[in-house]
Design a protein around this ligand. Structure first.
Ligand code: SF4
Length: 386
């Protein structure tokens, strides 16, 4: 017989998904939808000779339309949705007394590490799906209903900074109504490759807007692209819901910057919430080991596997600039500052989504579509076929 060994680490191979996407762009009978992650817009310009830190959101949207997508939506919309769902979960845990620490869940690199090496923290991780997966769930339910098509007739391609996003979409517990929600993931680099292949003059493109209702987002959403950003966005919303008061300052300097592990204490009307932010695998593992040994305590922790967060993701343009992460991070912060709305729960289209469809944060339908679970994959498995 033959023996096959299932790799306990589950190595991720960068598969050339751009080739598959090239084929599906010819399938005119399907509705083709693209979504783009927060950090892609501050990096893709580098592939076309633009300065590091350039923001090319509008050109990226235009390029996706020229490639043949019928709708171009913004993953940032779903980042706002993630904050509302995850912030509500945090508030629930604060009221019910745990379990703490609560961890963010949007980084599949972290989720893989959790399931394989730190399964003792599984119940601590937020059940909120990542923005990519929330977006696709909303497209194949709410949006499909709005435009009167079956979810199977929509193909969703997401543009991500990340190779781990490619296996996140295949997780069985992420299916909605028995179909895969996101169909394909291409990296920022793969999108640049498609644009070059189709000889689209990226720098010469006009700036175009995302389609609505899933294209509008707040300054909080763009922060998902950088380490500390999910924490900052979540605090902006959770503080207001908990206190019924506007947060005195929307910028949390303590969670910004590129230190490996950052910590802070937030005073919510006399109650102190201890938070931590970690990015880069070595820092993350150090923090988790300390937690396991009881050397530290926090209430809420943000984890990003890549250095700098998604701006430093494995699918981003390669750069020789030693300041690249700082430049991309500055571009992210400038986008937040330029936004008129900077708190996720104030996004008018998010409010509309709840009013028309989900009813309220953490509702039954929200749980069905927007939340997930994790499994212990720490055991080595050996499969023997006879
Ligand atoms: Fe992907 Fe890295 Fe971002 Fe995690 S931090 S979601 S692994 S790009």
């Amino acid at each position: 017989g033959q023996c096959s060994y299932i790799c306990p680490v589950g190595a991720i191979y960068e598969t050339p998904d751009w080739k598959k996407v090239l084929k599906i762009l010819e399938r005119k009978e399907k509705i083709l939808v693209a979504q783009t992650a927060p950090s892609t817009r501050v990096a893709i310009g580098e592939e076309f000779g633009m300065e590091p830190g350039s923001v090319s959101t509008g050109k990226m949207v235009a390029a996706l339309r020229r490639l043949g997508f019928d709708y171009v939506f913004d993953t940032n919309f779903a980042a706002d949705l993630t904050i509302v769902e995850e912030g509500t979960e945090l508030i629930g845990r604060l009221k019910e007394g745990g379990p703490f620490p609560m961890f963010t869940s949007c980084c599949p690199g972290w989720i893989n590490l959790l399931e394989k090496l730190y399964p003792e923290f599984i119940e601590n991780v937020s059940s909120a799906k990542s923005p990519q997966q929330m977006m696709s769930a909303v497209i194949k339910s709410y949006f499909a209903e709005k435009i009167g098509v079956k979810p199977e007739d929509i193909i969703i391609v997401s543009v991500m900074p990340c190779t781990a996003k490619k296996d996140e979409i295949k997780r069985p517990q992420q299916k909605i109504n028995d179909i895969q929600s996101t169909d394909y993931v291409i990296t920022t680099r793969e999108l640049a490759k498609l644009i070059k292949l189709k000889e689209i003059n990226f720098s010469g493109l006009p700036d175009e807007e995302y389609d609505n209702p899933l294209g509008a987002s707040t300054g909080a959403a763009i922060l998902f692209g950088v380490t500390g950003g999910v924490m900052e966005a979540a605090l902006r919303t959770a503080y207001e819901i908990l206190t019924n008061e506007k947060l005195p300052k929307v910028v949390f300097e303590d969670v910004r910057g590129l230190d490996g592990v950052k910590e802070a204490e937030v005073d919510v009307k006399g109650k102190k919430i201890k938070i931590a932010v970690a990015h880069g695998m070595a820092n993350v593992r150090r923090l988790l080991d300390d937690l396991k040994e009881g050397k530290r305590y926090y209430d809420f922790i943000e984890i990003m596997a890549c250095p700098g967060g998604c701006i430093g993701g494995g699918g981003q343009p390669k750069s020789l600039d030693p300041e690249i992460l700082r430049k991309r991070a500055e571009a992210i912060y400038s986008l937040d500052e330029r936004s008129t709305i900077r708190r996720s729960h104030e996004n008018p289209y998010i409010k509309q989504l709840y009013e028309e469809f989900l009813k309220e944060p953490n509702s039954h339908l929200a749980h069905e579509l927007l939340h997930t679970y994790y499994t212990d994959r720490s055991k080595k498995k050996v499969e023997v076929s006879q």
